[in-house]
Design a protein around this ligand. Structure first.
Ligand code: C2E
Ligand code: MG
Ligand code: MG
Ligand code: MG
Length: 281
């Protein structure tokens, strides 16, 4: 009997696996020509000072609406685009669109500080990455310090010496850097002091259930204290409740972003938020 059951299970997993592979192939196919067909666009999530609730920046988040497959989450397609190398072309589109839109947003809020853009390690390792983003920034008449490059802790940990030198060079040129999803990678305390970065983004996983979950309270407090003592600014990701925001303000976390303040907004909605904001302030 047990044997039969085992066999069933085996078949079940086998079937599941082939569904996943099939889906993966479909996404891989659909990625070809995605930019030409104009299916990708960006949404922007406001990042604000916890003390005053002033919006100082936005994080650009890519969206993909396929005519047949429907809405495909970045968590799903970014890794496939990385495996196929498509992320280089897609990443350039994201970078350029974010720069172009930032100029429009800055017209509505003059002291908007920067646009945060997620960068994959595959883009980072591309030999044309530095010249490509410099060309775009120059073409739009932006200063490098108006762009923050978000690199996940996981990516940074696998960076080679050359990648690290590239990161330092970009920072010398004025680009800002943040470590995304901090605390979820293989963080070793020793590397933290050596990184050419400006901001640490505390992963949502450690913000969830604060101030009730004692484990998360201790971890988030420690990350905020450590970051600030090293001279980095800290931003909490995924703030959904007022009590979380109050708690984070209380432990002197600088900035926040999350559904409580605003979900990621499309270009038009972002402009509307900034216009409303001008009226309120
Ligand atoms: P991330 O960079 O850590 O982005 C934060 C994710 O959390 C976003 O999901 C955002 O919509 C979501 N989020 C923000 N506030 C809240 C909240 O209060 N509650 C909850 N439940 N979620 C919240 P999204 O847009 O689906 O992106 C997921 C991940 O995909 C990103 O994580 C990033 O790693 C990747 N990604 C998104 N856009 C890009 C991009 O343009 N380029 C690259 N390379 N990766 C991207
Ligand atoms: Mg990010
Ligand atoms: Mg994150
Ligand atoms: Mg994430």
């Amino acid at each position: 009997h047990a044997k039969e059951k085992g066999k069933d299970n085996y078949q079940y997993y086998d079937k599941q696996l082939s569904i996943d592979v099939h889906e993966q192939l479909k996404i891989e196919q659909a990625l070809k020509g995605v930019l030409q067909r104009g299916e990708m666009f960006l949404c922007y999530q406001p990042q604000y000072l916890l003390e005053t609730k002033e919006v100082v920046s936005f994080e650009a988040l890519v969206r993909w609406e396929h005519p047949v497959l429907g809405f495909i989450r970045p968590d799903k397609f970014i890794s496939i685009a990385e495996d196929t190398g498509m992320i280089v072309e897609v990443g350039k589109f994201i970078f350029e669109t974010a720069c172009k839109d930032f100029i429009e947003f800055r017209k509505l809020k003059k002291n908007l500080k920067y646009m945060a853009i997620n960068i994959s390690s595959v883009q980072f390792k591309d030999k044309n990455f530095v010249s490509d983003i410099l060309e775009i920034v120059n073409r739009y008449n932006l200063q490098p310090n108006e762009i923050e490059l978000e690199v996940t802790e996981r990516y940074i940990m696998e960076f080679s010496k050359t990648n690290m030198q590239c990161m330092s060079k970009l920072r010398e040129l004025g680009f800002r850097f943040s470590i995304d999803d901090f605390g979820t990678g293989y963080s070793s305390m020793s590397y933290l002091t050596k990184l050419p970065i400006d901001v640490i983004k505390v992963d949502k996983a450690f913000i969830d259930n604060t101030p009730h979950d004692n484990g998360n309270v201790q971890i988030s407090k420690a990350i905020v204290a450590l970051s600030k003592s090293l001279g980095y600014s800290v931003i909490a990701e995924g703030i959904e409740y007022e009590e979380q925001e109050e708690y984070l303000k209380g432990i002197d976390c600088n900035m926040g972003q999350g559904y409580l303040f605003s979900k990621p907004l499309n270009f038009q909605e972002t402009k509307e938020l900034l216009i409303k904001y001008q009226l309120d302030n």
